[in-house]
Write a protein that binds this ligand. Structure first.
Ligand code: C5P
Length: 235
């Protein structure tokens, strides 16, 4: 099935606590200018106009979601996430499975990546649309990489083959759901969707993304994201 015949859903895991930010609230609810990080992220997804719906996974005791005006948008649905990112994604996929067919596409995108551009969304969609496995946005690594043990370098990693995984990550609903269920049943931990698909013996496609699609992780990432958003406004 090709691009024109399959719907695409966006799924935003937003149930993390963001401990490395050391803030008074989860990082997706910190302010970036006038709005929260999560509102910026959802605006970027909504603005691309390619999704049939957006599903956001928030934690069970989330006290912030209902205060966002987007929580009342008809295009956005809320589900309850889990204790690991993969659990939150699986909760979202289970919801989408109740309204969509197995061969429809899902793009999973971190709530904490508010600088995603519409061009990157479209490039991922167009690159993956006819792929059997699916694919992810990623960045080549330019630094020299060292593998270490006990604070000492063991060897230098061949960086020509190394990419940093970003989001969105785009897979068929049924394939990704099966992969995450298998991971959960095996008691394994994956930190992204591609990781689950790889454990099924499949090889997701790598699509080069923009370096400004950063994940807000530490306090200094917030002003950096504000700078990137401002710069993108001038493009
Ligand atoms: O903590 P990290 O930056 O890796 O989280 C990536 C994304 O996964 C964030 O948007 C976070 O809210 C989400 N997440 C989640 N459920 C968890 C843990 C993280 O939805 N249990």
């Amino acid at each position: 099935m090709g691009l024109n015949s399959a719907r695409i859903w966006a799924l935003v895991p937003a149930a993390g606590v963001g401990r490395r930010m050391a803030a008074d609230r989860p990082k997706q609810y910190l302010k970036l200018g006038e709005r929260t990080v999560l509102e910026h992220t959802l605006d970027r997804l909504l603005g691309s106009r390619i999704y049939s719906g957006i599903v956001v996974a928030v934690s069970e005791d989330d006290g912030y979601w209902d205060s966002l005006s987007l929580s009342r948008s008809h295009s956005v649905s809320r589900v309850t996430g889990g204790s690991e990112r993969a659990d939150s994604v699986l909760a979202g996929l289970n919801f989408i499975a109740s309204i969509a067919a197995e061969d429809e596409w899902v793009m999973v995108h971190d709530a904490a990546r508010p600088c995603l551009t519409a061009n990157d969304i479209r490039r991922l969609r167009d690159s993956v649309a006819n792929d059997k496995v699916g694919g992810i946005l990623a960045l080549p690594v330019h630094d020299t990489l060292k593998s270490t043990a006990a604070g000492r370098i063991e060897y230098t990693v061949d960086r020509t083959r190394i990419w940093r995984a970003l989001t969105p990550q785009m897979f068929r609903l049924g394939l990704l759901r099966d992969a995450l269920i298998a991971v959960a049943q095996a008691g394994r931990l994956v930190t992204d969707e591609a990781g689950a698909v790889e454990l099924q013996g499949l090889k997701p496609l790598i699509v080069e993304g923009r370096p400004d699609n950063i994940k807000i992780t530490r306090p200094e990432d917030l002003p950096l994201a504000a700078y990137y958003l401002e710069r993108q406004r001038c493009e």
